[in-house]
Design a protein around this ligand. Structure first.
Ligand SMILES: Nc1ncnc2c1ncn2[C@@H]1O[C@H](COP(=O)(O)OP(=O)(O)O)[C@@H](O)[C@H]1O
Ligand SMILES: [Mg+2]
Length: 296
């Protein structure tokens, strides 16, 4: 499945406006793994020590967002008048039962799917009606992605996978940043190995580094620990946490796991397409209690 087509998609090509918004099929998530150093704007801000910086800027928001699939008797309301925003430097977990609309929310934030009504902003930019080209560049330059299934290119080494988004965009890696990112995921001598020579946990570390390498404004992670044992999953969470704390990145992560959610700064609970609750500074017991309260 992964081959030259994916590589073309990495380069931001091969995405036609036809078939968008998707009609009855999942968006092709392979298009989303490209991200590069930002040339001009909505990127992860440098940490600023000014006491005048009160509120961190919003990196993404959905205003009164609804997404309805199908029509008539087969209508599915995946998002139902959602209002949510994510501040720069936040690590937010999205939780909710299967089918609640979590992935739809991520897809709409990434411009991979379109709201039926409402608006989506990345930074100050209203992307609700943006064209395909603009969305492709937005994903490439401002967003990072981590998937449950790693989505690495099997013929490339770990190091090549990490820098592939930059290479294909014709950008030179910022050496210092790259070293920091590689330091965080701690792959050491594994960098010269190909994905089939790496464990699942190691592959996901490569994927996390790839998502961070372009210093994106926002990293979207859909069940990044879903395929991993608890130890490897814990490592991935630690790297995401370090990315937020040490590198100033912003992460929005869908998860089923209360332990994973407890690593975040804030948990947003989604039920039947609606945001039904939020929990700041979560701990595992608090998350489990909230899930119980919500009847899950
Ligand atoms: N492309 C699609 N076409 C039709 N229905 C969809 C599509 N994508 C998602 N859905 C439906 O929307 C609802 C929310 O799905 P999803 O966002 O994937 O949930 P979650 O990620 O929380 O499990 C589900 O009922 C799902 O079946
Ligand atoms: Mg999902």
């Amino acid at each position: 499945m992964i081959g030259s087509d994916v590589i073309r998609r990495f380069a931001g090509q091969g995405m036609e406006p036809t078939g968008f918004p998707p009609t009855g099929t999942e968006p092709n998530m392979t298009v989303t793994i490209d991200n590069t150093i930002d040339p001009n704007g909505i990127t992860a801000p440098e940490p600023s020590g000014s006491p005048l910086d009160a509120e961190p800027p919003t990196v993404a928001r959905v205003e009164d967002g609804s997404r309805i699939y199908g029509s008539g008797g087969t209508e599915v309301v995946a998002l139902d008048h959602v209002d949510v925003e994510f501040a720069s430097g936040e690590f937010v977990a999205i939780m909710g039962p299967s089918g609640a609309g979590k992935s739809t929310l991520l897809h709409c934030l990434a411009g991979l799917d379109r709201l039926s009504s409402g608006r989506v902003f990345i930074g100050d930019r209203d992307i609700t009606a943006a064209g395909e080209k603009e969305l492709t560049l937005l994903r490439r330059d401002h967003l990072g992605f981590v998937f449950q299934s790693y989505n690495l290119v099997p013929t490339l080494t770990a190091a090549e996978n990490i820098t592939l988004p930059l290479d294909l965009a014709g950008r030179k890696p910022d050496r210092e940043w790259l070293d920091e990112v590689i330091g965080i995921v701690g792959l050491g001598d594994r960098l010269t190995h190909r994905p089939d020579e790496l464990s699942g946990g190691q592959q996901q570390r490569v994927a996390v580094a790839r998502a961070m390498v372009g210093r994106p404004a926002l990293i979207l992670a859909d069940e990044p620990t879903g395929n991993l044992d608890s130890r490897s999953g814990g490592e991935i969470l630690r790297f995401l946490r370090l990315g937020v704390g040490d590198l100033g990145l912003t992460v929005v992560m869908v998860t089923h796991d209360p332990v994973a959610a407890a690593c975040s700064d804030r948990v947003v609970f989604v039920t039947d397409g609606r945001i039904t609750d939020e929990l700041a500074e979560p701990d595992v017991d608090g998350v489990i209690d909230h899930m119980r309260l919500l009847g899950r």
